[in-house]
Design a protein around this ligand. Structure first.
Ligand code: SF4
Length: 396
């Protein structure tokens, strides 16, 4: 409810003011009431007062939105873990399909996604899964292993399949035999590049079982500042890198996704520390990919996030509408992606680098090269991954 019913706002003004009120709470900035313009009631009345008060709030909201984020005042914020339950049921269909956010209007790798588990136990504020699935229930498919066993693939085709889109690939371990089924599938089809993507450190199953060489394990990495404030319940940065190191030690190809790179005070310095630690912790032969991306919101996710009323600064950013989604302006993206790519200069030509669902123009500007189509990007990516997989195989 707005704290001033006596002002005759229009219905749409009320809706926008409600959103501003939610944002101010989420951003942990001043309260909506504190922002109320003093002295306006003496100067204006009726519709004129409504117009002036509305303009004041939208202007102040824009200023706060464009202000560079600073998490130093977030230390006092406590996060209340959300509760969820598990269910195993007969699911319709199989959940193998094109990446749900892929599009021709951005440069994309045509990844195939396999929904081994539905919904995630981690709680990243910016995550789009929250608008796809009911977050309170983690769903396992009773017939997942059977369906995977019956899947017919063309043995002459190279497939790149990821399981980390509908849930975290490793956080559930081998619950309901999901990892048993996926390992059997990878063994049956050496022409499948099977990618497990995770923010966890739950690698026991990989340490205790023989891992097919066409399985790659990739970590989404972020600064500890963002992990603490926006990636709730996930493993720490250190634990993620240690887990990757442990798997690389037993010959499993690993990779790292910097997605989303988030802008806040001194963000480039904090990301640089991670880039440098990877260069010092891994050799390029062990790393199959480095990807980068940033915050990109569709309306349902922004609505869900505001409804949840959790403390987060993730929507406090200078938005621009790009390819039907809200994201940082291209200039800011260029800064963060150039910085990331240049920081890995020693690995250029030895590791596959890509930007995930980004504007075509950024490739030439940030990497100095670009692809003519998503199919060409897909081919180059698969070729690079398969070369590393075959190198590992021949070195055994
Ligand atoms: S580039 Fe990213 S969004 Fe596009 S298909 Fe690949 S994983 Fe999906």
């Amino acid at each position: 409810m707005l704290p001033f019913n006596h002002i005759p706002f229009t219905h749409s003004q009320k809706q926008i003011l409600q959103t501003i009120k939610k944002d101010l709470f989420m951003w942990n900035e001043c309260s909506f009431e504190q922002l109320y313009p003093q002295g306006f009631e003496e100067k204006y009345s009726g519709k004129q007062l409504a117009k002036k008060v509305f303009e004041h709030y939208t202007t102040e909201h824009k200023k706060l939105q464009n202000k560079q984020n600073d998490y130093s005042d977030f230390k006092s914020v406590t996060y209340t873990p959300r509760k969820y339950s598990f269910t195993t049921k007969q699911k319709e269909g199989f959940g193998l399909g094109s990446c749900p956010v892929a599009s021709e209007s951005t440069r994309c790798c045509n990844l195939l996604t396999l929904d081994a588990v539905e919904s995630c136990g981690f709680d990243c504020s910016y995550c789009s899964i929250q608008s796809f699935y009911n977050q309170d229930t983690i769903v396992f498919d009773k017939n997942f292993a059977k369906k995977l066993e019956n899947l017919e693939l063309d043995e002459h085709e190279i497939y790149h399949i990821g399981t980390g889109q509908s849930s975290d690939s490793l956080m559930w371990g081998n619950r309901e035999g999901v990892l048993d089924a996926l390992f059997t599938f990878a063994k049956k089809y050496p022409n499948v590049i099977l990618e497990f993507k995770t923010k966890s450190s739950n690698i026991e199953y990989f340490l205790e079982h023989e891992v097919p060489k066409n399985i790659i394990v990739t970590w989404s990495l972020n600064t500890q500042t963002i992990i603490d404030n926006e990636e709730h319940l996930t493993a720490s940065l250190e634990k993620r890198i240690q887990s990757a190191r442990a798997l690389a030690d037993i010959g499993i190809l690993v990779g790292f996704h910097f997605h989303p790179i988030v802008v806040y005070q001194n963000y480039l310095d904090e990301y640089k520390e991670i880039y440098d630690s990877l260069l010092n912790t891994f050799s390029p032969d062990e790393v199959v990919l480095i990807s980068m991306g940033t915050l990109t919101f569709i309306k349902p996710v922004m609505k869900k996030l505001r409804e949840r009323g959790m403390k987060s600064k993730i929507l406090q950013m200078p938005f621009e509408q790009i390819a039907g989604k809200q994201s940082y302006p291209l200039e800011i993206k260029k800064e963060m992606f150039q910085h990331c790519y240049e920081s890995f200069q020693p690995w250029h030509g030895k590791v596959y680098f890509y930007m995930c669902m980004e504007d075509h123009s950024l490739w030439e500007e940030c990497f100095g090269y670009s692809y003519a189509s998503n199919n060409q990007m897909e081919e180059m990516m698969k070729m690079s991954y398969m070369q590393k997989i075959n190198t590992i195989k021949s070195s055994i």
